[in-house]
Design a protein around this ligand. Structure first.
Ligand SMILES: NC(=O)c1ccc[n+]([C@@H]2O[C@H](COP(=O)([O-])OP(=O)(O)OC[C@H]3O[C@@H](n4cnc5c(N)ncnc54)[C@H](OP(=O)(O)O)[C@@H]3O)[C@@H](O)[C@H]2O)c1
Length: 292
């Protein structure tokens, strides 16, 4: 199969490109500034900005498109909004795919898009899913929990946000996450591309453990203690710092704190994956520290 991986230079993208190339597919990684030296041998690159409305030139000639383009949930500016990158970007990719005869379209969404959380990220992801479902393409949608691994933003973000010894967390960090290792996730995405029975399915995927935010932070930090901040106070702080782009916390992040990021119907079975075979966050951290 000839596959275009939009956002192919990111955390999931690099891993997926490697899996697809290893399985014998012809792979092109697309992003605004792709660097071939950071991609596995044999993966081609092309320049693509999904906020542009006509993407037919980049999409033409491919059998399948995977949309991994991302704007991190805490980053938004006047010219790079969740609406323009996630919703308009998906519309543009879907329409170019329909026009150029692409058969299969894989969309990366996020766990919790259906739970009514009113953040700009979730709203745009929810609308993007609708575009994909209404298209004439054979689609597969994945909704992962947070993803960790080499080159992924999650663990550096937590390290940046939490002081080493004492970490203040709204409500004590009681919401749950189900972190999944990128190298466990991307083979399942490749299966979705290759296998007809996954067409028109939407899969929730989480890792082997349900950790509270507090447990996640102390695992990543390798210890320390968590000091609860009253939710009311955190809400006031979120409103005050919301307009400051350099602080990755605001009203949307505060809203997202009220919702567990865990699966209700985990799709591991659909891919024949045993949860016990998945890497835990602590096991990965241990290996990553050993490698440093
Ligand atoms: N990582 C997670 O924890 C997580 C959890 C749930 C869902 N997801 C979803 O999984 C997908 C992949 O996430 P990720 O973590 O791999 O993201 P990432 O590491 O931030 O990579 C994002 C990719 O998108 C490209 N990109 C950004 N803006 C673009 C634009 N306007 N046009 C074309 N390419 C653009 C980036 O390259 P350039 O900047 O060079 O253009 C990069 O290749 C996303 O849909 C994300 O929402 C991720």
């Amino acid at each position: 199969m000839n596959v275009l991986v939009a956002g192919g230079t990111g955390c999931l993208g690099r891993s997926l490109c490697r899996v697809l190339a290893d399985r014998g597919h012809e792979v092109t990684a697309a992003s605004r500034s792709p660097d071939a030296s950071e991609l596995p041998d044999g993966v081609a690159t092309t320049v693509l900005d999904v906020t542009e409305s006509d993407l037919t030139a980049a999409v033409a000639g491919h059998d399948a498109v995977v949309n991994l383009v991302a704007l991190p949930s805490h980053v938004e500016s006047r010219d790079r909004s969740h609406e323009s990158v996630h919703y308009d970007g998906t519309r543009h990719l879907v329409s170019a795919s329909e026009e150029t005869g692409v058969e299969r379209f894989v969309q990366l969404s996020g766990l919790g898009v259906d739970d009514g959380v009113q953040t700009a990220y979730f709203r745009a992801k929810r609308r993007a899913e609708r575009v994909v479902r209404r298209s004439s393409l054979e689609w597969v949608i994945y909704r992962p929990s947070v993803v960790f691994g080499d080159g992924c933003a999650f663990t550096p973000f937590v390290e940046r946000m939490s002081p080493p010894l004492v970490t203040p967390l709204p409500g004590g960090g009681r919401m749950h996450l189900q972190p999944i290792w990128v190298e466990d996730l991307t083979p399942m995405i490749a299966d979705g591309l290759e296998t007809d029975r996954h067409a028109e399915r939407c899969y929730e995927i989480g890792g082997p453990e349900r950790l509270t935010l507090a447990e996640t932070v102390t695992t990543i930090r390798g210890g320390g203690i968590v000091v609860p901040i009253p939710l009311l106070l955190a809400g006031i702080v979120a409103r005050v710092v919301d307009p400051l782009p350099q602080i990755p916390f605001g009203r949307d992040q505060y809203r997202a704190l009220h919702l567990d990021n865990t699966t209700t119907d985990d799709a591991l079975d659909a891919f024949g994956v045993d949860p016990a075979s998945l890497r835990t966050l602590s096991a990965w951290i241990e290996t990553a520290r050993g490698d440093r």
